[in-house]
Design a protein around this ligand. Sequence first.
Ligand code: NAP
Length: 250
Amino acid sequence: MNSKKIAIITGSSRGIGAEAAKLFAENGYAVCINYISNDAAAENVKNEILQKGGRCISVKADVPISSEVARLFETVDSEFGAVSVLVNNAAILKNQCSLVEISEERFTEVLRVNIMSCFLCSKEAIKRMSTKNGGVGGVIVNVSSGASKSGSPNEYIDYAASKGAIDTLTRGLALEVAAEGIRVNAVRPGLIYTEMHASGGEPNRVDRLKSKIPLQRGGKPQEVAEAIFWLASKKSSFVTGSFIEAAGGL
Ligand code: NAP
């Protein structure tokens, strides 16, 4: 396993990714924050980490595009060295509606952003981590969703389908690279207080649905970050191809 602690967390300017970035930095990782447009949010997370004495850079890169992903990983190579932990966290969802209301363009975009980002970033990470390529191993943590199991009817079937693909990719890739020193696992969050619900047109969605959660409350992004961190840490050294539900019992 890679003794250098270098983490790339996609979509880490806000929400779960931002909390994961802070947690990894607090635990001695050099962290690369990635984002698509919100410069101010990325700068805030970076400054918070730097002010606490952590090591951090931010790279604005659109992660479903291979040239952008190559630039992201090459920047980390030159600033910190080869990545040891990749967290595939960036994802989007769109307004709540039924499948018949989803346009072909929207369906394609949601699948492209949520799946291609994971595929392309994992590819770059494996090139660097694999013991077959002279690497020293590493860990990939994918951020899926409880939506992969619920299917999100009347909300965002496109998003749920993309997360189903992430689950399948997690399992297949874990088996494919297990003998190359790389573990691959996923966290399935559910109903976490982040700005993602506003993207679906309902900022207060978690509060509306929290009574249906067995633990009777919505989740904090920090609670998901802890699950991600555990899967990335040596404490989960015999865990691969597995999933942690971080959804209050849903
Ligand atoms: P969020 O608050 O909406 O944040 C999304 C992050 O992804 C932002 O940092 C955003 O950057 C970045 N991003 C979006 N598109 C990108 C792209 N093409 N390239 C690079 N970065 C991109 O989301 P969240 O709620 O923290 O969700 C994080 C993960 O948890 C996602 O995979 C999501 O599906 C999953 N999840 C969340 C919940 C929940 O209840 N919140 C539940 C289940 C699963 P900008 O700031 O620049 O826009």
